[in-house]
Design a protein around this ligand. Structure first.
Ligand SMILES: NC(=O)C1=CN([C@@H]2O[C@H](COP(=O)(O)OP(=O)(O)OC[C@H]3O[C@@H](n4cnc5c(N)ncnc54)[C@H](OP(=O)(O)O)[C@@H]3O)[C@@H](O)[C@H]2O)C=CC1
Ligand SMILES: O=C(CO)COP(=O)(O)O
Length: 348
């Protein structure tokens, strides 16, 4: 039963969640707990059979019980059959290929949302641009983003995030599927700003992680978060996003969470680099996706295209490439010219 635009408010859409990592599993569990018929698709047969047999994702969310109503499969056509709403939760490097794979199986009228954070690697395109091209203009699209560690959502801890779409009806349908006793889902219509915030906070989390790993103190951390927010706001204005989006859950909210919470893989990468570990060892130890590694390049390309200076993001990119050490990054940031905090208002 496709959602279309006539869905009865009492009807719960069937949901296919594509991507059985930590975030896809947590969101599928959340939606299943809300009474939606929910199927989780993943490519790894071992993980999927463990979810089916034991109600647990032992690789990505060990020890957290999943609802018995959640079904899991490695067969994409099976996951997509009868899905009114599709939620893509694969890493950004797999986003386009997953959309191409799902397209032939999408029920007519079913909208596609994603909780992936980042840009298309290589092209630097926003994910809504990729989705529009692969799926066509008629498919309702939405982005789900905000401060939300998968483990806490899977454990049922209170969380708030935001859904942005140009299609107000679909936006509300996605928010309704997520909204529940321990989960607030807000809505908005600024896909550019929402995607930029979710992508860029990962880069800035590396910066605060590096500073904390080097033992630079709490003042440095607060300074980086605040000037990092400023970088997000300036780039967002450059691309035509709205400032309030970045002052909300998609920007400031996620920035604070990821820059301060040790559950963040991007922050943990920064911590390791600040302590002198190699990027290869750090990524191996984390063992999950660390989006900042690709996103730092794409953020800097975007900034250069729009002629916007992003000193913190630039230093993160250079540290991730091994072009400078964290100590050199610190020296470069501290040696920047003295200037007004706000040479011009961001909100005019
Ligand atoms: N974890 C979190 O708290 C949050 C994550 N996000 C975002 O969600 C997205 C997914 O991250 P997350 O779930 O955390 O990542 P994880 O590292 O936990 O899991 C990644 C998942 O993606 C799968 N995968 C990798 N490549 C492909 C591919 N080519 N085709 C299909 N599946 C693939 C992996 O499969 P396999 O195991 O077989 O490799 C695995 O199931 C990221 O963009 C992340 O930034 C957003 C908010 C919160
Ligand atoms: O996006 C996240 C929280 O909102 C997860 O952050 P990490 O990818 O850094 O773990």
């Amino acid at each position: 039963m496709p959602i279309g635009h006539q869905l009865d408010a009492t009807t719960r859409p069937s949901v296919a969640v594509l991507g059985a990592g930590s975030w896809g599993t947590a969101l599928a569990a959340l939606i299943a707990r809300h009474g939606h018929s929910t199927v989780l698709w993943g490519r790894d047969a071992g993980t999927i059979s463990a979810i089916e047999a034991n109600g647990e994702n032992p690789r990505y969310l060990p020890g957290i019980p999943l609802p018995g109503t959640l079904r899991a499969t490695t067969a994409l056509p099976e996951a997509m059959a009868d899905a009114d709403l599709v939620l893509v939760v694969v890493p950004s490097h797999a986003f386009a290929e997953t959309l191409r794979a799902l397209a032939p199986w999408r029920e007519p009228g079913a909208g596609v949302a994603w909780a992936t954070k980042g840009f298309e690697p290589g092209s630097g395109r926003f994910l809504h641009e990729v989705a529009g091209e692969v799926l066509g203009d008629d498919v309702p699209l939405a982005v789900v983003t905000g401060p939300s560690f998968a483990k806490e959502v899977a454990e049922g801890l209170p969380t708030a995030l935001t859904v942005h779409s140009e299609d107000a009806v679909f936006c509300q349908q996605v928010a309704d599927a997520l909204h529940g006793p321990a989960f607030r889902a807000y809505t908005g219509d600024d896909m550019c700003g929402a995607e930029l915030g979710g992508a860029m906070k990962n880069v800035l989390a590396v910066a605060t992680g590096v500073a904390d790993g080097m033992g630079l103190g709490l003042n440095a951390r607060a300074g980086l978060i605040t000037r990092g927010l400023n970088e997000m706001l300036r780039l967002n204005i450059g691309i035509g996003g709205r400032p309030e989006t970045l002052m909300g859950l998609a920007g400031l909210g996620d920035l604070v969470l990821t820059c301060t919470g040790d559950l963040s893989r991007n922050r943990r990468l920064g911590l390791a680099l600040g302590r002198g570990q190699s990027i290869e060892d750090a990524v191996r130890a984390i063992g999950q996706v660390v989006e900042s590694i690709q996103t730092a390049d794409e953020v800097m390309r975007l900034a250069q295209r729009h002629g916007i200076e992003l000193p913190i993001a630039e230093n993160v990119r250079d540290v991730l490439h091994g072009d400078i050490t964290p100590a050199e990054g610190l020296r470069r940031l501290m040696a920047r010219e003295r200037k007004a905090e706000y040479p011009q208002s961001l909100f005019d």
